[in-house]
Design a binder for this molecule. Structure first.
Ligand code: NDP
Ligand code: HSE
Length: 424
């Protein structure tokens, strides 16, 4: 019988995911021993105070609030960072790598903004940093892009990359709940970030899109190159009108690569009810990868939550048990950024209810080479005006910006209330 491998972990952060990981490793220890001939021991927990450990039923003696004790402990093999946010996690991970500890993290903010830098430090110190849980919770998106499509060329990745907003949009659509109530529920269920601004503003999804684009296209995708719009301005009126037109509103992350030129965005999209992404509900995430030869492959699973995320963290830990080595990142080439996307649009305007209004709007669209697929007039909260809802054919986003700039200044238009992408 070969000797049982013992792996000692220093856990940073005993929050939603940290607690899930402790429970998972505990509940699964026999399985881990049988399957991997390994024992995973948590030997230190970095937190704000020891009471948190005790309340959770852990030994107070594992507590530390001094990272140096972790760097200096030769028994620590892996530092698992589950604190979140960029600082001080960046400094802690850097310190751990320099102390020749392997690192596992679920921190997308950090990997998106400083992943390359940290991977270099890891390499210089002969250790590895893994971060599967940083993208789409339990869905193995990074490992799939890293280990598959190797003989193919990926043309696009798109999907639902944030559990909180998908949960909120699902509840707003299916149960008519308010934005505020849905956000509160998502926070209580452990889906949202400690500050949910990143979730609702599309920033969290953009971090993940940036990380996954690097694996998908081998280009140095940067966060600032992604255009971002969240769900804060989505109204129940938009959800209701979209439903009537046969669409469901989803926050989509989309990256396309054409001749090494990258187009990346996160925005709410009217997804046709025929399209599978319209059916991804609650905290589930999905990522559709389109290869030149493979065509579309979609991964679906729980994108947030304690246990699903802990499962991805545990997978990285078990990779170390097998010494499976570097699934870090390929060498990246400089990316050229495409600023003009082609897409269909849904536009809701508040207009004066009088003759000639439609002609003014249609002419502005025509002048900007935008073709209208359908237009309907609807009631408005303000009895003096009407809502005009337009769905266009696929068009240039730059032309659309020009047209909307002109339309918003027209006397007959009171306001441009909503501009959303349409899929399917
Ligand atoms: P939580 O806020 O629930 O947990 C973080 C824990 O770390 C809290 O106990 C927090 O204490 C503690 N902590 C944070 N900063 C410090 C610090 N500077 N010093 C000491 N303790 C600190 O976050 P989650 O568990 O939800 O998320 C952890 C990481 O996993 C994040 O990077 C997140 O983006 C990522 N992630 C989360 C998912 C989820 O579904 N929740 C899914 C995928 C990834 P306190 O509460 O006192 O601040
Ligand atoms: N807040 C994130 C989400 C957690 O809702 O998707 C998973 O990364």
């Amino acid at each position: 019988m070969t000797k049982v491998k013992e792996l000692n972990i220093a856990l940073l952060g005993l929050g939603t995911v940290g607690k899930g990981l402790v429970n998972l490793l505990n509940e699964n220890k026999d399985e881990i021993l049988n399957k991997h001939n390994a024992k995973i021991n948590i030997v230190k927990v970095y937190e704000r105070n020891a009471d948190k450990l005790e309340k959770f039923g852990m030994d107070r003696a594992l507590f530390t609030d001094d990272m140096q004790t972790i760097y200096d402990d030769p028994s620590v093999d892996i530092v698992v960072e589950l604190l979140g946010r960029i600082h001080p996690s960046k400094e802690f991970i850097e310190g751990a790598l320099k102390a020749k500890k392997n690192v596992v993290t679920a921190n997308k903010d950090l990997i998106c903004m400083h992943g390359g830098e940290l991977l270099k430090v890891a390499k210089q110190n002969g250790v590895t940093m893994l971060y599967e849980a940083s993208c789409l919770g339990a869905v193995p998106a990074i490992n799939t892009l890293k280990n598959n499509f190797l003989g193919d060329e990926i043309k696009s990745i798109k999907g639902i990359f944030n559990g909180t907003t998908n949960y909120m949009l699902t509840k707003m659509t299916q149960e008519g709940l308010s934005y505020e109530d849905c956000l509160k529920q998502a926070q209580e269920l452990g889906y949202a970030e400690s500050d949910p601004t990143n979730d609702v503003e599309g920033i969290d999804a953009a971090y993940k899109l940036c990380i996954l684009s690097r694996f998908a296209f081998g280009l140095d995708a940067q966060f600032d190159d992604i255009s971002k719009k969240g769900i804060t301005k989505i109204t129940s009126q938009d959800i209701e009108i979209a439903g009537r037109l046969g669409y469901t509103i989803k926050l989509l992350a989309i990256a396309k690569c054409n001749n090494q030129k990258l187009e990346m965005r996160v925005n709410p999209v009217l997804v046709s009810n025929e399209h599978q992404l319209s059916k991804i509900n609650g905290a589930f995430n999905a990522c559709t990868v389109e290869g030149n030869y493979s065509d579309e492959i979609t991964l679906i699973g729980r994108g947030a939550g304690s246990y699903p995320t802990a499962s991805a963290v545990a997978n990285d830990i078990m990779n170390f048990a097998h010494k499976m080595g570097d699934v870090g990142q390929r060498t990246l080439k400089k990316a050229k950024i495409e600023k003009d996307g082609q897409m269909k649009f849904y536009i809701r305007l508040s207009i004066l209810d009088k003759a000639g209004v439609l002609a003014v709007i249609a002419k502005t669209f025509g002048d900007n080479k935008i073709s209208i697929e359908s237009a309907i007039q609807d009631k408005n909260d303000n009895p003096e005006v009407k809502s005009l809802i337009i769905v266009t054919h696929s068009t240039s986003s730059l032309n659309m910006n020009k047209a909307l700039d002109k339309i918003s200044k027209a006397d007959v238009v009171q306001s441009v209330d909503s501009v959303l992408e349409v899929l399917g």
